[in-house]
Design a protein around this ligand. Structure first.
Ligand code: ZN
Ligand code: ZN
Length: 225
């Protein structure tokens, strides 16, 4: 539960223009308490990150799709296009730890979300670089401990993001964050197996998200039911 500074619970509301009680900006607010205080997206961000960490650290699942679903069904995190690229990496690293991967989860989650928050919104259509692919790349870079000047695994990280983008490109648009997430996680799970020798689980057989940009049978995850 997220609390307002006055102590009351902060709940999600229909997005509306209002003064943010925390930073004072007149902007779109999406959370309010019963005393009429409201909070903007920027001020809510640290609370969302704390909640992502809480769910990921408590999870015992080896399947990043299951962890992603529990993040998406959380009232505080909820489904929003911008959130996907912040939570794919955390879901992957939690599943990696639960599959026997050697990682300091607390530190990794902070670093993955720090880097994830730098991915621009709408980078898929505006730059040909879906945030889901970058989120998978961030996860892999963190667990493989690579950086710009390192030889080891630098190429593997690029091959992972590249494979995600090739898969997305061959299916075509418009974008669906859930399809992007499934493709990113499938390729990340394969890369972890190939490079680290660690087997994670992934049940991405059927997508039940019916959003307004669903491409139906053109999507490999489209559910017939
Ligand atoms: Zn309040
Ligand atoms: Zn604010």
């Amino acid at each position: 539960m997220m609390r307002c500074e006055c102590g009351e619970e902060l709940r999600r509301i229909e997005s509306t223009m209002h003064d943010c009680t925390v930073c004072g900006k007149y902007t779109n607010v999406a959370y309010a308490c019963t005393n009429g205080h409201s909070m903007c997206a920027e001020c809510v961000e640290p609370h969302i990150r704390a909640r992502v960490k809480e769910i990921c650290e408590a999870s015992e699942s080896k399947d990043p799709r299951l962890i992603l679903d529990s993040l998406l069904s959380d009232d505080l995190i909820f489904e929003r296009a911008l959130r996907y690229h912040l939570i794919i990496g955390p879901a992957l690293v939690a599943a990696y730890r639960n599959s026997g991967g050697d990682v300091d989860l607390d530190k990794a989650l902070d670093e993955i979300m720090r880097r994830g928050s730098m991915i621009p919104a709408k980078a898929c259509g505006h730059a040909g670089n879906c945030g889901s692919a970058t989120s998978a790349g961030i996860f892999f870079s963190v667990i493989a401990d690579t950086h710009p000047l390192k030889e080891e695994n630098w190429g593997e990280v690029h091959r992972l993001t590249g494979k995600c983008l090739m898969d997305l490109g061959s299916i075509g648009g418009p974008r669906c964050c859930n399809r992007g997430a499934n493709i990113a996680m499938r390729n990340a799970v394969d890369a972890v197996k190939d490079v680290m020798g660690i087997e994670m689980e992934l049940n991405d057989a059927e997508c039940h998200f019916k959003n307004d940009v669903c491409i139906g049978d053109r999507c490999p995850f489209h559910s017939k039911s």
